[in-house]
Design a protein around this ligand. Structure first.
Ligand code: FES
Length: 322
């Protein structure tokens, strides 16, 4: 039987959404136009929620006008941006995989760009984002002076979230390369909070800077520095895997990094939990535009912006197609 897909928003305050209203729900078979229920979802019933709400969807995410508290360059065309947001939004963005859409308020909606949250301070209502200016959207961000539009919270920035959030009192290996050091921070905070022993390997990648040092200096974790795509880097990963009983690996970097980790695991015949950054192109983030749709090995399609997909399946598929 085909496994039901798991929507990152199911059971949240944003569910049911437009997908339920249009019979395109990711999780609920009845809200896909079928006459039976086989969702396997053990939380709040999406179908019932929609009926109880008189077939109306819940209020969806909106834009906030956010004050820019600080912007500083950290490496080759890379920046750290600190934004003032509501305390509620900051609290919602504390989980690993959190991201927001950002846009210069003077520009049209198609300049919206998804950005991983690096740090979130719910007490002061602040979020910190790191970004690399590579195209029209990201270059427009560095020209914002006082305010910026923020839309969120979104949570599907990582595949393998259930393992990453549930692993406790184990050894975990975190590999963070380039600008993906940013999404690694919330994951490290979660792993440390759950009393895991974290081994972190940092690699400046294309930006050439290790900018999360300042944010992790008070944490009790072991840090290594190495080019993760080099032979030396691969050897270090193998040593760590062979000498430690690693329960989970979190790979924060490109799909090539993820694939290289999968190859190492296959070579060593190890099967720890694997969590990886979601590197799919995300456009609307709501499952509506279809821009992020990927076809998995078993032929099913998945909307990468809202669906939690097995890390291996999605990476092997993407790397094969590239
Ligand atoms: S980004 Fe639009 S459907 Fe996923």
């Amino acid at each position: 039987m085909q496994k039901r897909q798991e929507c990152i928003d199911v059971g949240s305050e944003y569910c049911p959404c437009y997908l339920a209203e249009t019979n395109n729900c990711i999780t609920c078979s009845q809200l896909q136009g079928k006459e039976f229920c086989d969702c396997n979802w053990r939380g709040v019933c999406v179908y019932q929620e929609l009926l109880m709400n008189r077939n109306k969807i819940r209020q969806q995410r909106d834009y906030y006008k956010s004050e820019i508290e600080d912007i500083r360059e950290i490496g080759k065309d890379s920046y750290i941006l600190k934004l003032k947001v509501t305390k509620t939004l900051a609290r919602q963005l504390k989980e690993p995989g959190s991201y927001v859409f950002l846009r210069d308020e003077r520009l049209p909606q198609y300049f919206d760009v998804p950005m991983s949250v690096m740090q979130s301070d719910a007490l002061n209502g602040e979020i910190t984002i790191a970004f690399k200016a590579v195209g029209a959207k990201t270059n427009s961000l560095k020209k914002c002076d006082e305010n910026i539009l923020v839309k969120g919270p979104y949570w599907n920035g990582i595949y393998g979230l259930s393992s990453l959030k549930s692993v406790k009192e184990k050894t975990c290996l975190v590999l963070a390369r380039g600008i993906s050091q940013a999404p690694a921070l919330l994951a490290i905070e979660k792993l440390v909070k759950n009393k895991n022993k974290v081994k972190l390997v940092l690699d400046g990648g294309s930006i050439g800077e290790l900018f999360i040092h300042d944010y992790i200096k008070d944490m009790d974790i072991d840090t290594y520095e190495e080019d993760l795509m080099s032979e030396k880097g691969r050897t270090l990963i193998k040593q760590l895997l062979l000498n430690q009983d690693v329960a989970l690996i979190y790979s924060a970097g490109s799909d090539l990094l993820h694939m290289s980790i999968i190859n190492i695991l296959d070579e060593l015949e190890l099967e720890p939990y694997l969590a990886v950054t979601n590197n799919n192109e995300i456009c609307c983030g709501e499952g509506i535009c279809g821009g992020c749709t990927i076809r998995l090995k078993d032929g099913t399609r998945a909307k990468a912006c809202k669906t939690q997909i097995d890390s291996r399946k999605v990476i092997e598929r993407r790397v094969l197609l590239d």
